[in-house]
Design a protein around this ligand. Sequence first.
Ligand SMILES: Nc1nc2c(c(=O)[nH]1)N[C@H]1C(S)=C(S)[C@@H](COP(=O)(O)O)O[C@H]1N2
Ligand SMILES: [Mo]
Length: 504
Amino acid sequence: MTRLRFALTGLLAAVAGIAAGHLVAGFVQPAASPVLAIGSTVIDLTPQPLKEWAIEHFGTNDKLVLQASVLVVTLVLSALVGLLARRRLWLSVAGLVVLVGLAGAAALSRPTAGLLDAVPSVVALVVGVAVLVGLVRAIDSDGRTDPGSDASGGFARRRFVLGSAGVVVLSALAAAGGQLRAGATRVKDIVLPRPASPAKAFPAGIESQVKGISPLRTPTEKFYRVDTNLTVPQVDVDTWSLQVDGMVERPFTMTFAELSAMPLIERDITMTCVSNEVGGGYVGAARWLGVRLTDVLDRAGVKGNPDQVFSTAVDGFTISTPLAVVRDGRDAMIAIGMNGRQLTDVHGFPARLITPGLYGFVGATKWLTKLTLTTYAQDKAYWTERQWSTDAPIKTSARIDTPAPLSTIQAGRVAVGGVAWAQHRGVGKVEVSIDGGPWQEARLGPDVGLDYWRQWYLPWDAKTGLHRLAVRAVDREGQVQTADRARPFPNGSSGIQEVVVTVA
Ligand SMILES: Nc1nc2c(c(=O)[nH]1)N[C@H]1C(S)=C(S)[C@@H](COP(=O)(O)O)O[C@H]1N2
Ligand SMILES: [Mo]
């Protein structure tokens, strides 16, 4: 019984420490909250195959699963730390110091960490030790009382139970307070200037005719999100700046007002994540407003022979983009608007890169704050250090949105439909094969340009039974989407999506 109480004591000390740390982090630095700091470090250290496995199996929930796992492991360890107090209290306190020390080290090892990032861990330690010592005293006073004198034993037990309950309640309040506070710093509303070079008029998509097909433009709140961040950076646009340095004639720094006063272009561009599996959902199409990346680089003037644009986010995350690609005439931009509004915090407010034709991890830096002209030999970006490709054009791919995989549909005339993309080459045609039969040309939705996806559908007389639908795209240069299967690592998945449906 006392063993259980010691374990519980360790657990409660950790809960109280984590909650207090989370509360303080809400005020000083949300990302330095103990569990988040450890989680972020785990993300950075996770070996490639495990990362892929997690993204594949948990999808957008991978962050939640990670945080829950960190929490569970921490609680188990802290219960063990609590048990140490049966022998010696100082042993237990030392255990707690080690646990919290790891969180503090994790917080301080973030690329942009300052001393302030240690504060949540220090608070966590003080509160954790206080709870540990307090509850151990309560257990001890229970043990010391005369077994015959029920009254004082009951009193000590009550003290332990009440103390524990108090810790639980206060911790819940502190954790909730930290959460509220971290979410309360919202990004500021700004008015975007009009583009000097507006996008062409946007056509109506065919989603109103073909039920279940992706809309031609992805609403911002439905747009996929992929990044390494456990807390979304909340950037203050008034103090934000963009620094341009490295192999340039005239390094400079500019404010958001200066950036948005440059000539703006507006373009419809489809983004894809390299982690997208064939048929997957890490792809979205939006209208972006921004400054041509070459305009900004020209202002600094290229010096020597740099081969990459090395971009840095406010949290220290980095991305490499081949300079030759940026300068080949495509609409690579520093975007400040998405779908007619300022960027949302999850999509990189106040400014991000968009490079049409490249996967996001080599051209779409969110929360951008620095552009460095350099060489691949000199500087390695986050994913380059993890052995992903530096040259990563988006592979041609087609996706079936309807009918859904393994669904049961009514016999009769139905539409097989979806979207296909071959950014910067353009979708030439889309073909569907039913039950391994010949490739039949699908009808295409409106053309929004080379960098945008294309909706497609094929009317189909569905007959009762089990059927296998496959789709592939052909780009405008006549290149057929490859049937060779590849995993996302190191430069994007490939293969042909097949969907099995039952026709009743
Ligand atoms: N700062 C930062 N920018 C980032 C990332 C990141 O982890 N951190 N991930 C990249 C990846 S892998 C992709 S696919 C795109 C996704 O952009 P989205 O979340 O707006 O869809 O952002 C890119 N930019
Ligand atoms: Mo990505």
